[in-house]
Design a protein around this ligand. Sequence first.
Ligand code: PSU
Ligand code: MN
Length: 349
Amino acid sequence: YIVRSKWSCLARTTTKWPISSSQRRLLSVDSRYVQISEEVKQAIAEKRPVVALESTIYTHGFPFPENVALASSLETMVRSGNAVPATIGVIDGIAKVGFNDTELVRLASCSQNQDNLLKISRRDLAYALSKTSSNGQKYCGGTTVSGTMVLAHLAGIKVFATGGLGGVHRGASETFDISADLTELGRTPVAVIASGCKAFLDIPKTLEYLETQGCSVATFADGRHGDVDFPGFWSRDSGSKSPMVVSNEIEAAQMIYAQHSLGMSSGLLFGNPIPEQHEIPLAEMQTAIDQALREALDAGATGNRATPFILAKMKELTGSRSVKANTMLVQNNVKRGVNIAVELSKIER
Ligand code: PSU
Ligand code: MN
């Protein structure tokens, strides 16, 4: 049969197979849309530890220039654990997996130009990569947990650390507001390390939804015995029991390995509670949560504006303490992510 010239390179490589499914996928990715850094590509090919990092936290979470400092501190942490950081986001209409320092500053400063800025989940990717904005420029954007998982998987990355996960919003039975993060965890085999969901969400429904999606949810026990709560972001407990528990990063890596060995297409979620000294008890956050939710309702902040709006309000109401807590928990999750990626690479090599 006829092989079109564009694909002839693919045809030639068939003799070298078996290659991994992620490498095979990469051969057909158009570099106009997705660029994976050489460093990340090499690490993946050599089965060295790689940790994906999301970018909505920079574009829609932390303000400029604090977000630049956070972005580079997370990359430094990954490197000091002997893993390769793969920050994922969109600059000038190109999805990048692996940023250099200049690009990282550009991504973080995207929040300064709202006309060109998108918050990118799975549904937004094709639009963000192909369309020009009203001022004739290509889009920049932070990828959410969902958008980041899509691109991480494309690059062959199995471990992804972030701060908090989207979830089922309170009142979802009326609004249908359920984060695309949850369906992504049901369809994309990437392990996400997060400090659970923020308490303004409906945590019991979020856990039910993840179960329906077939996503394994395991929380780090940190020496606790018996039941362990799924973490509540600012606080270690959420009032909802975690479906599963792991004692350490080796157990987490073994779960990821087993999942991939079965060829399953769903993801895994590891709950990593905020370190005790930085936690803010739920009762203390409750007043702020109530007010933020009321204001979001009044402002009509629905759809993908809901989460950033509520987060910004919470920051206004609780001030530096919650920002500090947020920073500490992300760093703690990245540390966990690095250890898991290192253990996974030991099993795989
Ligand atoms: N939760 C946080 N901080 C965040 C987010 C969630 O505590 O920055 C971001 C993440 O990128 C997450 C996204 O994937 O918000 C979820 O948005 P939505 O609720 O619109 O799905
Ligand atoms: Mn939503």
